[in-house]
Design a protein around this ligand. Structure first.
Ligand SMILES: [Zn+2]
Length: 403
């Protein structure tokens, strides 16, 4: 059993042609280039002998027809706007290459390959993988739209997927789910490591924090009489910077991604001020603790002069990867790159966190050059791409062999 590096790289470069944008790719979910990429991928999977379905949300599932235990390998085909060529694409093509490499072997079982629709969240959060595990309602589909105001229903109709049934995974068919992905961060590249086995995927909480005070004249209003919503917001930002490091865990990250002052003019005391705040960690207890701290600090910094409302907009739970599948990946890493791999959490969200809710799941990372992703400059050395897929195939074969 071995992969074909030339075939793998040729497929990755062919896929890069759908929406190519300089070194990167612009392939938003359900765009003509995304639909064409799905059709191309379906044809490649059929040529491998897999039974391919593209369903009513745009999920592509390529099933191995052999009886026996199966492994599911997948990722996503669409990209961020003006994004990189490997984010998602690598995991899909890797699944195809592993299916081809293992397809020749004798014995029962095989590899199913999935391309989950809209992992990049143009129309929501993990719509494709959530649909496949039965966690996406028709009402959610009715309500969803992208940032250009195009509804998900209209986009599905334009893509030709409207009206098709949505497939639902049968977890009993699978020994588990594997996903190969670029790291999208600097850790492996900086440490000179060839591979990373993901221990857990971070959970994310996102908030809108809004202070309301009194809009007034910036020249005539004495400082002691002001109810300055902007000043309260800045005090909160400082309090977060002061108090979060002691309350956080070693790898917790938090971000104030957006600040708005209303009306936002040099000579007007802001009557309202809003910030978008986000934090991520692999431990739900840490997120709970930080949420309580955030609420306390927001109350404290608005007290006396401003009302404050903290609204939780997003919450995804951390996902722990399956210990047994991780052990198989670790053993394959040690064979491929002795002493030159590491275990690590994923700071980015992935479809694997959804699949982990219904079956054993694990992820393998390859380095991102300079840690760059969600940008056309995103890249990974060819030797790392090939090693990553070969390691995935090695681990997949071992898992399928296990009783
Ligand atoms: Zn991705």
């Amino acid at each position: 059993m071995s992969i074909d590096p030339a075939r793998l790289l040729a497929d990755l470069h062919a896929l890069r042609g759908y929406g190519r944008d300089g070194n990167g790719v612009h392939r938003p979910t359900y765009s003509p280039q995304d639909v064409a990429a799905r059709e191309w991928f379906a044809a490649r999977a059929r040529a491998t002998g897999l039974d391919v379905t593209i369903d009513g949300i745009g999920n592509l599932l390529a099933r191995d027809p052999n009886p026996g235990p199966h492994l599911l390998i997948g990722s996503h085909l669409e990209t961020q706007p003006h994004g990189g060529w490997l984010d998602g694409a690598l995991g899909c093509v890797a699944g195809l290459e592993v299916a081809r490499a293992l397809g020749a072997r004798t014995g029962a079982g095989g590899i199913d390959v999935a391309a989950w629709a809209d992992e990049e969240g143009h129309f929501g959060a993990f719509n494709g993988s959530r649909s496949a595990i039965g966690d996406l309602t028709e009402a959610e589909i009715d309500a969803a739209s992208n940032r250009d105001g195009v509804t998900l229903r209209a986009a599905l109709a334009a893509a030709g997927y409207a009206g098709r049934p949505r497939l639902r995974l049968d977890p009993a068919r699978y020994k588990g789910y594997l996903e190969l992905h670029i790291e999208q961060g600097p850790e492996l590249d900086t440490a000179g490591q060839a591979l990373g086995v993901v221990t857990a995927i971070v959970g994310l909480r996102g908030y809108r924090i809004r202070f309301e005070g009194q809009q007034n004249h910036a020249g005539t209003t004495p400082m002691r009489l002001r109810r300055d919503a902007g000043a309260a917001l800045v005090r909160l930002a400082c309090a977060i910077a002061r108090d979060f490091p002691d309350a956080a865990a070693a790898r917790t990250v938090w971000t104030i991604g957006r600040i708005e002052l209303e009306p936002g003019a040099a000579s007007i005391i802001p009557g309202a001020a809003t910030m978008m705040f986000q934090m991520r960690d692999t431990d739900e207890a840490v997120l709970d603790r930080l949420e309580s701290l955030l609420m306390r600090l927001a109350e404290q910094e608005g007290r006396g002069s401003c009302r404050v409302a903290v609204t939780r907009l997003r919450a995804t739970a951390p996902a722990t990867m399956d210990r047994g599948l991780c052990a198989a990946l670790e053993a394959a890493c040690e064979r491929a790159a002795p002493g030159n791999w590491q275990a690590m959490p994923s700071g980015a969200g992935h479809d694997a966190q959804q699949l982990a809710r219904v079956m054993k799941s694990a992820m393998l990372f390859v380095p991102s050059i300079n840690g760059i992703s969600h940008d056309t400059a995103e890249d990974t050395r060819e030797e790392d791409l090939v090693r990553g897929v070969a390691t995935l195939a090695d681990a997949a074969a071992a898992i399928l062999r296990q009783a």
